[in-house]
Design a protein around this ligand. Sequence first.
Ligand code: SAM
Length: 241
Amino acid sequence: MMKTNTVTNDLEQFVLENTGNSINKWKHYFEIYDRHFSRYRGADVHIVEFGVCHGGSLQMWKTYFGPSARIFGIDINPECKKLEEENIDIFIGDQEDRAFLRSLAKTIPRIDILIDDGGHKMNQQIATFEELFPFIDENGIYLCEDLHTSYWEKFGGGYKKNGTFIEYSKNFIDYLHAWHSQNPKKLDVTDFTKSVHSLHYYNSILVIEKRKTVKPSCIETGTARVSKYKAKKKWWKKWFK
Ligand SMILES: C[S@@+](CC[C@H](N)C(=O)[O-])C[C@H]1O[C@@H](n2cnc3c(N)ncnc32)[C@H](O)[C@@H]1O
């Protein structure tokens, strides 16, 4: 019989054993984090998390990534400033305030991973993405979580409603494929196309992995081939010319 409730990785282990500052995450997130973040463990990595709350998740990142990691937390609640400690810096501000976001981009020396676990309202998620995505390292990761709020009215959500983060991010699929556009007036290669390697949608999480890309090219090798298939003319076509 398949086991359920098994611990998937060190992050989940940390949370299950946590007796320190409170952490609030959905259980299935830990596998996703580890899948995308594990390559940074032990490295000199800069992690930015919007949404500090009680500070538990910042401590979780600090333990997971190790002593060379620098963790930056952002929250609208001034009380959160008290949660600063070695390798954890906290900035107070509103993630919907674009001037604040621009000042953050100047203050934080480099962003390898950004996790948006802030207010989860549509304009907050979109403003944070628009202002800070260009500042993510060229091999870095942007992760926006709790995307289910795109379906919740009190957060500004609704199924296929204009302006939700889910609807907004559906355009990313087009931008990723802009190299193949046959209508550049409508869809052309942008910085997004040239800097994004992949989009990973999970239940309530979007992970965007950055990597410099060039126009895709196709290769064919080997010499053995079969003759090409030629579609037969449909017998009835001549009657309907
Ligand atoms: C879900 S909690 C964060 C949980 C925390 N990351 C954890 O895992 O334990 C959301 C936090 O976002 C903060 N927040 C809400 N609106 C915000 C805004 N507009 N800008 C910045 N932070 C905001 C709240 O004060 C709250 O502390």
